[in-house]
Design a protein around this ligand. Structure first.
Ligand SMILES: [Zn+2]
Length: 236
């Protein structure tokens, strides 16, 4: 084989992992194919919470949502569902929508197609075991996709977000979260928040600060007549 050809082939092979993860994420998110990141033709804000359920923070959050009769959407980790089924049971009973995050908080960039499928199936199973209902929504951790995502997640609607405020960091909760929430358009936004801070890159106690700011915001927003809706049934 000519040296030139060998260099070319080596180059292509070296780039494959980037194409599989980063390239696929950029392409799919740019085309927005099967991706929902904004609500259409429906007034309101969808509050979505990732990474739970957490035995303390998710319960406090459910109390808060109940106070204002708000239905939200939770993207849960399968391992947490198995650990805290009572929290998910309550979530379901109180009318919130439950979608799939992953079984563990893993990046799709590091998962083979069969590992990705396993993450999703395990979480699906964990949710069904508690609620008796099949989830129809999927949100990948960090919003990262891979070249197999569209194929593996065919039965689900992929939900990203329009507004995120780094609420996994205590500092961001203190400095910009309340202002960010107040500035979120009341029509069609999908807000991403977190009810568990134990994952990589997050502060363990951040959900306590998130809950504090969210409760201030909800009191104001509900008084102003802002509507909050679960993601369910929304068009792409
Ligand atoms: Zn997450």
């Amino acid at each position: 084989m000519k040296k030139q050809n060998l260099a070319w082939i080596t180059g292509v092979i070296a780039l494959l992992p980037f194409a599989y993860g980063m390239g696929a994420t950029a392409l799919i998110r740019k085309t927005r194919y099967r991706i929902t990141q904004q609500l259409d033709e429906r007034k309101g804000i969808a509050l979505t919470f990732d990474d739970g359920p957490h035995p303390v923070y998710t319960m406090q959050l459910l109390d808060l949502l109940k106070r204002y009769q708000i239905k939200a959407t939770f993207f849960v980790l399968g391992q947490n569902v198995r650990q805290y089924p009572n929290v998910v049971e309550r979530m379901h009973k109180e009318g919130h929508q439950i979608g799939i995050h992953h079984d563990r908080h893993t990046s799709s960039w590091l998962l083979t197609p069969s590992q990705l499928s396993h993450e999703i199936k395990e979480t699906h199973r964990a949710i069904v075991n508690v609620t008796g209902e099949s989830p129809i929504l999927y949100r990948p951790p960090w919003g990262l996709l891979n070249a197999a995502t569209l194929f593996v997640t065919k039965p689900y609607q992929i939900i990203l977000w329009s507004h995120v405020f780094q609420d996994w960091k205590i500092e961001s909760c203190k400095s910009g979260l309340l202002e960010g929430l107040r500035n979120t358009p009341a029509e069609g936004s999908i807000v991403l928040l977190h009810d568990d801070g134990t994952n990589r890159g997050a502060d363990d106690e951040a959900p306590a600060y998130m809950l504090d700011r969210l409760s201030i915001y909800l009191e104001e927003a509900v008084a102003e007549g802002v509507e909050f809706v679960p993601v369910n049934g929304l068009k792409r």
